[in-house]
Design a protein around this ligand. Structure first.
Ligand SMILES: *[C@@H]1O[C@H](CO)[C@@H](O)[C@H](O)[C@H]1NC(C)=O
Length: 182
């Protein structure tokens, strides 16, 4: 009796302290996109956060991430083989689910990280890469940024590491829409 109510209390407090936000990938492109999520705080892959899938045009998929994670990135891959590997753009090591957090994907990334004032700081970035798939990133509170090949100002996405005007921040939780071909 004591043990079971103690376990219930521990469970409740764990649920109370561990919240999540969702990355919802929406494929509005005319082509198939293979979305991926990885985590690499300070450039070191953390394989406890990883996700991969395949989206035909019009499909979407959502994945939950711990609110306190840092170094999280989501991106899309194109031209992959039937295993979700050997992609033409956004490629990673590991196939459908990347094992290297996409640190050499050279793609347009959506980035998320827990920071000061108990907020999630988020942006689009193609530092060292290209806009492989145009994207809009919508925060949970009505803010959004958009980067298309022909129109991607530095207050919408990092082109180089100093483009801090691209950063937005929002309260914990909620859903971020990473829209391919907005
Ligand atoms: C990896 O991510 C998990 C989940 O957010 C976290 O609990 C863990 O501390 C992280 N590990 C490192 C080394 O950052």
């Amino acid at each position: 009796m004591y043990t079971s109510s103690f376990s219930a209390l521990v469970l409740i407090s764990l649920i109370g302290s561990s919240t999540a936000f969702n990355i919802n990938f929406i494929n509005k492109c005319t082509y198939t996109v293979w979305p991926a999520i990885g985590d690499a705080p300070n450039g070191q892959p953390n394989e406890s956060i990883r996700f991969g899938d395949r989206l035909n045009p019009g499909q979407s998929v959502s994945h939950g991430i711990d609110d306190h994670a840092v170094g999280v990135r989501g991106w899309g891959r194109t031209g992959c083989d039937s295993n979700g590997a050997n992609c033409k753009t956004g490629a990673c090591n590991g196939g459908l689910v990347c094992t290297d957090a996409g640190i050499t994907s050279h793609a347009l990334l959506s980035e998320y990280g827990y920071g000061s004032n108990n907020r999630i700081y988020w942006d689009l970035s193609f530092v060292g890469g290209t806009v492989n798939i145009p994207a809009e990133l919508q925060g949970p509170d009505g803010q959004s940024v958009t980067c298309k090949n022909t129109n991607c100002p530095t207050n919408q996405a990092f082109h180089t590491s100093g483009d801090y005007g691209a950063i937005r921040n929002s309260a914990l939780g909620g859903t971020y829409n990473h829209i391919f071909c907005p």
